[in-house]
Design a protein around this ligand. Structure first.
Ligand SMILES: [Zn+2]
Ligand SMILES: [Zn+2]
Length: 179
């Protein structure tokens, strides 16, 4: 059994939409290589620094992902190799075991599509757009935005003012136009 315990710089392009590994960031690779019947079994862990934007509150944040690795590199001519599609199995090329694609795939496939700065991030206030976690717990908006209040008034006014000539509106000044 062979053991690899190394810190390597992340390569470019290890990212998905909202989160990625900073290029050159320290990726800790701890892998064990074990000879099995069909090839070499690679197991271990990766510690990967990530930087991204929270999908809920849009705040930038940094984190470290701890990822498990378990992958078989098949020998040429092994049953596993013969019964697997071209892109389904990793192969041992001569004596050479290329671990870089495995690390890269493991990282990229585990990057969250909707990352969050904290598990219970409350996101943004729908009324004012501020981060709810930065606001007092009782943060709320009593009054509808003035512009919306204005809109409500506009809807009400025409209906109420239309029958102004009707006789059934008391409280008005006695100067009735009809007379
Ligand atoms: Zn957040
Ligand atoms: Zn608010």
């Amino acid at each position: 059994m062979q053991e690899i315990d190394r810190t390597l710089p992340a390569l470019e392009g290890w990212r998905v939409e909202l989160i990625g590994v900073p290029t050159g960031g320290d990726v800790h690779v701890h892998l064990r290589l074990e000879s099995v019947m069909e090839g070499v079994l690679v197991t271990g862990e990766l510690d990967v620094p990530v930087a991204g934007s929270c999908a809920r509150c849009l705040e930038p944040f940094e984190d470290t992902l701890h990822l498990d690795v378990q992958e078989l590199y098949a020998y040429e001519g092994s049953t596993t190799e013969a019964t697997s599609e071209e892109d389904e199995v990793r192969r041992i090329d001569g004596d050479f075991l290329d671990l870089a694609p495995l690390v890269r795939d493991t990282v990229v496939l585990n990057l969250p599509l909707a990352p969050v700065c904290t598990d219970d991030c409350a996101g943004l206030c729908v009324d004012c757009g501020q981060r709810l976690d930065d606001l007092p717990a009782d943060h709320h908006h009593e009054i509808v935005d003035a512009r919306w209040a204005g809109l409500a008034e506009k809807f009400g006014t025409p209906a109420a003012s239309a029958p102004s000539s009707s006789p059934g509106t008391p409280g008005e000044s006695p100067t009735t136009e009809e007379n």
